[in-house]
Design a protein around this ligand. Structure first.
Ligand code: SF4
Ligand SMILES: [Zn+2]
Ligand SMILES: [Zn+2]
Length: 317
């Protein structure tokens, strides 16, 4: 590998920008990309109270450290890390401990919410119940994704957060685009950006400042900065459609570099086109069971739990 523009020895070739970068310039390029994405999509305002969704895994730990550096310059913003404990034995405990280590190191307040507190059952218990009732149950990730989304909204709202930050990277976003296309879920494609016309003060808007950073670059950033993250994988991950899509996209990215970025840009165009088409804001109603915001009569989380006789009797969630 040749030299970086600054004269030092290059250690990384950034295919999408065509640049050869030394370690310092590589780290700077990632931080600059995050700052640019935040400002391009106007993700934060100066006095925002930010709830940062921290799993303890590589992506969220890395983005937490990057944002901590950026946030220090915004004196009126405040960041609280929120970890949702789904209740997955032999997996979540270690990740939560590492999340705590990182927040202690950075001096960031850390709040832990759990499926058990919000829904009255852990993910392991939900899967056990579904297994006992159904010959072929839904994938664990379907329960997990729907319930985690609802739980983080409730916990962040209780903390008076203005915005939720998630650490989804370019690979995650590209995978989600394909999953939504395969499922024919146009509505989800359209609501990707914060500029969505969904107006409801009970729903805290979400932003993804790492949306333009490939996963391998976040891994390299974590490595160069010596960050401590949880590297274990969830025992249910084998069930996920996402795994197949990930393998497919990785292959495409090797054969046709730029595929992930192209998918991201396409989804932004689709998102904008869909929002232009509907001039009316989306007004949400309330779930007839839990009273949380939803476009349906019953929210998806209550429907999933109801189908396996696990609707929590406590409606105050
Ligand atoms: S792999 Fe699936 S079940 Fe495991 S944490 Fe991720 S979404 Fe949840
Ligand atoms: Zn350099
Ligand atoms: Zn509900």
């Amino acid at each position: 590998m040749q030299q970086c523009e600054c004269g030092k020895k290059a250690v990384y070739f950034q295919k999408h920008s065509g640049q050869k970068l030394c370690k310092r310039c590589f780290l700077d390029s990632i931080e600059k990309k995050v700052r640019k994405t935040i400002s391009k999509h106007k993700m934060f305002q100066e006095n925002n109270r930010i709830a940062f969704a921290l799993s303890g895994g590589k992506d969220s730990v890395t983005l937490l450290h990057i944002l901590h550096g950026i946030e220090e310059k915004f004196h009126n913003t405040e960041m609280i890390a929120v970890t949702i404990d789904e209740g997955i034995v032999d997996y979540r405990e270690d990740a939560t401990a590492i999340a705590k280590e990182n927040t202690n190191q950075l001096g960031i307040e850390h709040v832990i919410g759990s499926f058990h507190d919000v829904f009255g059952a852990s993910l392991d218990q939900i899967i056990e119940k579904a297994d006992s009732l159904k010959e072929k149950r839904l994938a664990a990730c379907t329960y997990c994704g729907v319930l985690r989304r609802k739980a983080i909204n409730i916990v962040s709202r209780n903390l008076n957060a203005d915005i939720i930050v998630t650490a989804h990277n370019l690979d995650d976003i590209a995978q989600t685009i394909l999953i939504n296309l395969i499922r024919g879920d146009i509505w989800r494609l359209g609501r990707d950006l914060k500029s969505s016309k969904m107006i409801d003060s009970r729903m805290i808007p979400r932003v993804k400042p790492a949306r333009e950073i490939p996963e391998k670059e976040l891994t390299l950033y974590a490595y160069y900065r010596g960050l401590n993250y949880h590297g274990g994988s969830c025992p249910y991950s084998i069930e996920a459609l996402r795994g197949d899509i990930r393998n497919f996209l990785n292959l495409m990215e090797v054969k046709r570099p730029g595929t992930l970025f192209t998918l991201l840009k396409t989804s932004e165009k689709i998102s904008k086109a869909l929002q232009l088409q509907s001039s009316q804001p989306i007004i949400l109603g309330s779930c007839e069971y839990c009273a949380e915001p939803t476009q349906r009569q019953m929210c998806k989380a209550c429907e999933l739990l109801g189908n396996i006789d696990l609707l929590n009797e406590n409606k105050s969630v």
